[in-house]
Ligand binder design. Sequence first.
Ligand code: NAD
Length: 450
Amino acid sequence: MTDHRVAPANLFEQALQRLDSAAAVADVDPEAVQRLRHPKQVLQVSIPVRMDNGTLRVFQGFRVQHDDTRGPTKGGIRFHPNVTQAEVQALAFWMTFKCAVVGIPFGGGKGGVIVDPKALSKLEIERLSRGYIQRIAHSVGPDTDVPAPDVYTNAMVMGWMMDEFSRMQRQRVPGVITGKPLPLGGSLGRGDATARGAYVCVKHLERGRSWNPSQTRVAIQGFGNAGRHLARLLAADGYRIVAISDSKGGVYRSDGLDITTLIRQKEASLALGTVYPAGSVCDCPHCGAVDCHCKERSHGGVTPISNEALLELDVDVLIPAALENQITAQNARRIRAPVVLEVANGPTTPEADACLIAAGTTVVPDILANAGGVTVSYFEWAQNRCGITWSENEVHQRLEAIMGTAFDRVHATADRHQTDMRTAAYILALERLAAGITCCGTERDFARHA
Ligand code: NAD
């Protein structure tokens, strides 16, 4: 994957550009827009961790609460070496708008720790997870700020964090965190919720564009929670997934890849006692090596492809599902897919947006396309707080209803304002947020009369 990452300070600035574009069109109070330009709270923490070899390492972490007008702040925790404060701020900002687009009663938050978690043992990751939640415990809780998984954190990590928080409170508090393992109060249907929400968007596009799945070529960048489950759902529907990649590179097959085998291969590499699968989609199905040149590697027409080349493939749908800033001013003109479904957060820069719009590309924006995860997190939080359990079917039906309504509203807003889907999603969210901020009252009147 190309390291197109912009200077850290720019990432939050980029996020604000989307707000400005929407504010120029939406009929909202400028003071509400002004409020949304600034996160409510930015917390930076140091987390000392005893490593397995007895040495001490101190990791840096962040928790940002962007806006809580519509409810407790909500957003995942990322473990990644490239985490920065600006990135976490941008991700928290996007969460505020995402929750408003789908109309769930949460604001936006996000957390992150600067760490290469794949270089740590399982016990070290557990100590880091517990240490991180200890440091931010005073400002998270079911009514204030509710974390969840993001890149390189998962249900196991959420379980440790919930257990640690509960220990500190001297009572079980399942509603403090979502994306937990089922035995600790996780929700059925949370595991593949992000993918399932994106899948609802694909089905709406399919109806609108009369796609025939078997003739619709899809490329997916990222084969983690979001990308892997979406590949499974689309392949089961008959979509031709011609390219898939992960952090080690990708594979391509013009007639479509065998997704079931790729998933089995990846999941089989998650050994007992580890947190992440060691395998890659690039591993040779015959000998298991990434750089193998044996005949079986290209058996059936499967060829290696880089993350950069995957983005530029001649496909019908391109799905970035890994990290931000993948489609930039440098490569936007070479994007051939007429539809980009943003499952990752922030995969397209504002400069690239302009190129894609000029080329007539339809971009289903991240704050809509990947909102399935936070929607089922909301269901998990609601179930925890009411002490009830919904069936998987009920979760799927509720998710489909919320995502379908949001997709239609964004589409209608785009038609009404004659604009692209991203700007439309921001307009819809901004109108809802500004209405809430205005309802909060008379703060500004006090200032006027002071
Ligand atoms: P994950 O940790 O499960 O998987 C990340 C995937 O990205 C892995 O396949 C990894 O190999 C790949 N990857 C990492 N670095 C890469 C690189 N440099 N080049 C190419 N691929 C790389 O993470 P996830 O939960 O699937 O999240 C993926 C994206 O979706 C992120 O942008 C995340 O913020 C977003 N998202 C996730 C959720 C969720 O519920 N998990 C919800 C909304 C948005």
